[in-house]
Ligand binder design. Structure first.
Ligand code: ACM
Ligand code: ZN
Length: 541
């Protein structure tokens, strides 16, 4: 025992996200060779997970023993008496003899494990850190539950394909932060990233582009770097990732964009457009006029076929259909789209998108799933089941919709878009953003499902850039999603941050250091300007 050295357990407790209630008590618990894990039948998955987390760093045997066994132990127990903490809440009690994590559901126990993990020294995360270290934690009681049920992160792999290892690594970090929704943006103008067996050309053609416009000048001049960019997930890989997420109590929300941002799909199946094409997978970025034709029944057969395979792969309750940034120019010129309008009594092009969205909502509903879309899908007559993801535009229609029972996720463009430079969206700005709009009354506030931070990847070509953009800002969003609003204070968060960053350092996560922070690139500045300007032009965002 290195008794002379100060123990990590004597220092401040630094948990991110901050627990709802925590009370420190005198004394410590120390993991030893004899420490066992005592779990009930419901916590076998958690037992395997906890052992894998603890044994790699501690090098202790941590045998599994039946619940009720005495001696130095970590108990993982489900108990209906804790029902008031909800499915995701937990109680963690540390005494000199026992670490006890109890919850009504294994999900809550899993989050208790994440708190336990952050009580231990960061060296825990280093494989083979060794049994010689002092694996002590302070005695305490934590009673904790999340503020919101939706604590999300979105990754755009359409613009750049990052691949399985990067996704698994992100899921691991999300778990540490008690985040529970991974929104996976899998289709874009620049790439289709998921194997669909009924439509093999989506991957064969849509997953490849001959190059990428690497800056604004290249985009304007329609030039690309000539370096092919390819990648898609096979259905087997998707299943593996979905399983990995489920072990971490993370639901994946796949996004299949429609009707816009669909150039890669139209390159593969140009007959689904209004003009018939031909098209190429986009090498530059922006908003493209050619989108799915909503006059043709074959478009619906295609979309429903795709969504059917997607539902087979992703067991979660939500399916995102995008719905943002869909120009209607082609629909206005297309005889079939015009005929659809006449047939359905639709009077404007907004109505055509509404027709598509509502048909998809009903299709998903018939299969037990909920449609999610960007707030651009909000129009009078939108199917009541559709969930909005608010990113930009006027707040008033969103607040009114919430008053009428519409569920909403908050992804405020200026606060939560992780692709922005830190000079525009600092860590503090992300942290201090309050998703509960002041204008919401109590009933409307019930419709606020939670928060999500998107990473759009036009200018995110590799993992280093990805990690720089995402971290540490994702920690701020995680805390807003989990911790009580009254417990949130930036300076307190900033004081807890270094101990979490120590863990990211061990994992070699390339987060943005210090508050340094480069000005936005020209590409970014223009992108932001364009979006904000388009908002002032359209009445309803
Ligand atoms: C978006 O950023 N176009 C949703
Ligand atoms: Zn059409």
């Amino acid at each position: 025992m290195p008794a002379a050295r100060a123990s990590y357990a004597d220092g401040p407790i630094s948990i991110i996200p901050k627990p709802a209630h925590m009370e420190r008590r005198p004394g410590r618990f120390t993991f030893m060779a004899a420490t066992a894990i005592a779990a009930d039948g419901k916590n076998q998955g958690n037992t395997a997970y906890l052992r894998s987390v603890l044994r790699a760093g501690m090098g202790l045997p941590l045998p599994v023993v039946p619940a009720g066994t005495r001696g130095s132990r970590v108990e993982l127990i489900c108990d209906t008496a804790l029902a008031e903490l909800g499915v995701e809440g937990y109680r963690l009690e540390v005494t000199p003899e026992t670490v006890s994590i109890t919850a009504v559901d294994p999900t809550g126990v899993f989050y208790g494990i994440q708190t336990l993990r952050q009580l231990l020294p960061p060296a825990l995360e280093r494989r083979g850190a060794g049994a010689g270290l002092d694996w002590s934690i302070p005695c305490l009681v934590v009673e904790d539950r999340p503020r919101f049920g939706w604590r999300g992160f979105m990754l755009d792999e359409g613009r750049h394909f990052h691949g399985k290892e990067t996704v698994l690594r992100l899921l691991d970090i999300m778990a540490l932060l008690k985040m529970n929704i991974f929104h996976w943006h899998l289709t874009e103008d620049q790439g289709w990233r998921i194997e669909i067996r009924q439509y093999p050309r989506l991957a064969a053609i849509g997953a490849h582009r001959p190059g990428t416009a690497r800056n604004l000048m290249a985009m304007v001049c329609k030039r690309h770097d000539g370096v092919p960019h390819s990648g898609f997930y096979t259905q087997d890989e998707i299943r593996e990732i979905v399983g990995y997420a489920a072990e971490r109590h993370i639901t994946i929300v796949p996004e299949i964009e429609m009707p816009g941002h669909s150039r890669a799909a139209l390159a593969a199946y140009p007959e689904l457009s209004c003009t018939g094409g031909p098209f190429e997978v986009a090498t530059g970025f922006g908003i493209f006029k050619d989108i799915y034709c909503v006059g043709k029944e074959t478009t619906f057969a295609f979309l429903e076929g795709v969504l059917s395979e997607v539902m087979d792969l992703f067991p979660g309750p939500y399916l995102h259909i995008g719905g943002d940034e869909a120009p209607r120019a082609r629909w206005k010129q297309c005889p079939e789209c015009q005929q659809r309008m006449v047939q359905e009594g639709i009077t404007d092009a907004h109505g055509l998108q509404l027709y598509l969205t509502n048909r998809m909502a009903r299709f998903l509903d018939a299969h037990g799933r909920r449609l999610v879309g960007w707030n651009n899908i909000l129009n009078p007559g939108l199917d009541a089941s559709a969930i909005l993801q608010y990113w930009v535009g006027r707040k008033r229609p969103i607040i009114e919709a919430m008053g009428q029972g519409r569920q909403v996720i908050i992804s405020s463009f200026l606060h939560y878009y992780l692709d922005h430079s830190y000079s525009l969206t600092s860590l503090r700005k992300a942290y201090e953003f309050e998703p509960h709009f002041a204008e919401l009354d109590a009933a409307a506030a019930q419709q606020l499902l939670g928060v999500e931070a998107p990473l759009w990847a036009e200018w995110v070509p590799n993992r280093a850039r990805l990690e720089y953009q995402v971290f540490p800002r994702l920690l701020a969003v995680a805390e807003t999603g989990w911790s009580p609003a009254t417990a949130r204070a930036y300076l307190d968060f900033a004081a807890r941050l270094p101990r979490l960053l120590d863990r990211l350092d061990i994992w070699q996560v390339g987060y943005a250091r210090g508050h340094a922070i480069e000005p936005p690139s020209l590409e970014q500045a223009l992108g932001i300007f364009t979006i904000l300007q388009s908002q002032t032009k359209t009445a309803d965002g």
